[in-house]
Design a protein around this ligand. Structure first.
Ligand code: CMC
Length: 438
């Protein structure tokens, strides 16, 4: 990709500066501000990075206005229809879909890394049974670094590959173990004769005392969910992965940070929050009241599963998941009143001027919760499954970052608004003032 196509003028007071314009393959060009201070004496201020590109990336493209999501150029709906999750993992990691031989080798590599060190079981036992599984996952994934001293050289491509495979392969095992631990059931070992999604369901739902076979519709739905959630360019958790990775911390530590970022209710934790919101609404009659609350600036309540920093049109992931909910429920012979409620909530919200003007549409988390519920998972397990799916995205971005010559430690600037320099006074001469914290 050519980096410098043309230059633009940049005005600040009487100063003018010429800054290079970077042309992407898709999307608007970016002003390269790396020489901004040198040229203008100013830094750029963009506290939530809403207008700022933090890196070059060739992995995922999102067009929020048009509702487009491409992994390495391939539309998300086609990937869901024509590929399985391991195809998509290879695609995200390696740039294109695998050949049959590459797929077979990759499947073998991932399958043979699914077990965790037996010693790791002891770490689970240190947690309370009622711990949130995301808390367990942050701890256990961070602890993986203590088990793999043999492959922690982040500058060795072979070590990076092994760590990437380990993370993708072990995350379902780790998430399923967190679930089993919360239930007080024995851990279920992975089965290497099953595909990635089916094995995950097996580890989540099998018990040693009877045979278990995941319903085919459940396997297909989970496969679709995993694909849909596999990557989403520079979202908060991927940015956390890149930020921690930029310090040259090991990939397990960086992934633990990404899991922590995903946990928040504004990010991956929204899928759990959506179910709580739907349960709180309870009936179609109460929708107007809850919408009123969501619109009230004095009320902290927000409609979880609605709105997105980037999508200002229907989230293409929600578009795929919406029909999948009904298909899965029908195939499992289940009914879920929350799906009816969700669809009615969507209909009413999308006619409401507040949501229309702000371009607030259902996002991926709005319908994923219904699928998780149909699969038989409790709300606390929704975000851990999201973490399993997103691990390949985190790992692909970490690998991309590690081989990018432009990578430096991430270290933003700040607009300092504190006191000017002042002398320290003796304690008996200090005045009482209101604490800022607490
Ligand atoms: N309910 C009510 N009002 C909302 C909502 C919502 N869910 N989302 C945004 N708004 C309003 C917001 O109050 C603001 O109004 P105003 O202009 O009058 O101040 C306007 O819409 C723009 O919102 P914003 O907060 O400036 O948007 P943002 O880009 O900073 O936040 C968001 C994006 C996803 C955090 C936000 O839409 C939100 O909190 N949604 C609910 C949580 C959620 O579903 N998160 C999952 C996102 S998708 C999956 C993922 O990232 O993992």
């Amino acid at each position: 990709m050519p980096a410098t196509a043309r230059k633009i003028d940049f005005g600040h007071g009487n100063q003018r500066a010429e800054l290079p314009l970077l042309e992407p393959t898709l999307g608007p060009p970016m002003i390269d501000t790396r020489r901004l201070r040198e040229e203008t004496g100013c830094w750029a201020y963009d506290p939530s990075f809403g207008e700022t590109g933090a890196c070059r990336s060739a992995i995922t493209y999102v067009d929020g206005d048009e509702g487009v999501l491409l992994y390495r150029g391939y539309p998300i709906d086609q990937l869901v229809e024509r590929c399985d999750y391991l195809d998509v993992c290879w695609l995200l990691l390696n740039g294109d879909l695998p050949s049959a031989a590459q797929k077979a080798k990759f499947t073998d590599d991932i399958t043979h890394h699914t077990m965790v060190n037996e010693q790791l079981h002891a770490i689970y036992r240190g947690f309370r049974r009622d711990s949130h599984p995301m808390a367990v996952m942050c701890g256990v994934v961070g602890a993986l670094a203590a088990f793999y001293h043999d492959s922690l050289d982040i500058f060795d491509p072979r070590h990076r590959l092994i760590a990437s495979h380990r993370l993708i392969a072990k995350m379902p095992t780790i998430a399923a173990m967190a679930y089993k631990y919360s239930l007080g059931q024995p851990f279920i070992y992975p089965r290497n004769d099953l595909g990635y999604a089916e094995n995950f369901l097996h580890m989540l739902f099998a018990v040693p005392c009877e045979p278990y076979r995941a319903p085919a519709a459940a396997v297909r739905a989970l496969e679709a969910l995993l694909i849909i959630q596999a990557d989403h360019e520079q979202n908060a958790s991927t940015s956390a992965m890149r930020l921690v990775g930029s310090t040259r911390a090991n990939p397990y530590a960086a992934t633990a940070a990404a899991i922590a970022a995903l946990w928040g209710p504004l990010h991956g934790g929204a899928n759990e929050a959506v179910l709580q919101t739907l349960a709180e609404i309870g009936s179609v009659e109460r929708i107007p009241e809850m919408l009123r609350r969501a619109k009230d600036k004095d009320d902290p309540f927000r409609l979880s599963g609605f709105g997105h920093r980037v999508y200002k049109s229907y989230d293409p992931r929600a578009k795929v998941l919406r029909p999948l909910c009904s298909e899965l429920l029908a195939a499992l012979g289940k009914e879920d009143p929350l799906l009816t409620l969700a669809m009615e909530l969507e209909r009413i919200a999308l006619e409401d001027p507040y949501f229309v003007e702000r371009k607030l549409y259902p996002n991926v988390d709005f319908y994923s919760g219904i699928i998780f519920r149909a699969l038989g998972l409790p709300p606390a397990m929704f975000t851990p499954v999201f973490a399993v799916a997103r691990t390949v995205g985190w790992v692909a971005h970490w690998n991309e970052m590690m081989t990018d010559p432009e990578t430096r430690i991430v270290r933003p600037r700040q607009l300092y608004v504190g006191p000017e320099e002042r002398p320290v006074v003796a304690v008996e001469k200090r005045r009482e003032h209101a604490p800022l914290v607490g």
